[in-house]
Design a protein around this ligand. Sequence first.
Ligand code: AMP
Length: 299
Amino acid sequence: MTQVFHTVTAMRDAVERAAQDSPKQQPVVSIVPTMGALHSGHAGLLRAARNSADIVLASVFVNPLQFDDPQDYQHYPRQLDHDLQLLAQHGVDCVFAPGLEEMYPGYPEGPLIRVNTGKLGQRWEGASRPGHFDGVATVVTKLFTILHPPAPAVCEAWFGQKDAEQLAVIRRLVADLNLPVRIRVLPIVRDKNGLALSSRNVRLSDEDYDAALSLSRALFTLAARAESGKTLDVEGLRDHLRASGGVDLDYLVVVDPNNLQEIAHGVIHEPALALIAARVGPVRLIDTMDLRPALSPPQ
Ligand code: AMP
């Protein structure tokens, strides 16, 4: 049965009990952090976590620290009852769903101490949304601390490849701060037309939805060009997106997956990552794709 906790103390007690009651000597505890408004992308994370762990913990918390736009925070979809049903269906053992005051006493002054993600947190999404990755890193550090099971249990946490920059920041956070959590990754989940699933998609009109498909199309084009050894011509794709209606392109870049620095737009010879962000209707959407170089030069 899925249990739901709203306070840090109750959640910590539950994690400790679950680890102690496990028949396994060294149970694997998986954490799946979310902001709720769950969709099939989150369901994929929950399934993967359930398949690989003895105990699955999920969190539902819309983290104000990672929103630079108050309107976006205010309008972010919140549907805890629906989320709890989905979490129960996926066999989650415990859900942490704290209120704002429980997570950040004294907000907005608190928390006084926050994680600084440095240069890594200032690229692309971080440049367009100042403070976003510091907010992500702060909440993830807190969640890891609250949900971490006592030894000898092993702790892992699942994240989606969709938020590729976030993933790079979290990997670095875990390495730099020696957080005892193993990071696991789920490939991006798309709808039947290729649009990356996102909680924000519910705010797209039919027209917005059609326009939004041009984001993933651009990424699929880049992946096909990379694999066939052709020049990527990112600039041409940017021009095309800027000329097409309904999409206000922020960035489309090809980066080194390790440091997120932009790489040349010719033919790639090493795996790379394409990142895109655009405003479509009332929301900002992001998407990403792995680019693999051609195995042998084209004839
Ligand atoms: P969010 O609730 O948007 O903060 O997302 C919670 C987790 O779900 C993050 O690790 C996201 O990367 C992941 N996620 C969201 N959408 C998708 C998707 N379409 N495919 C894979 N993972 C996703």
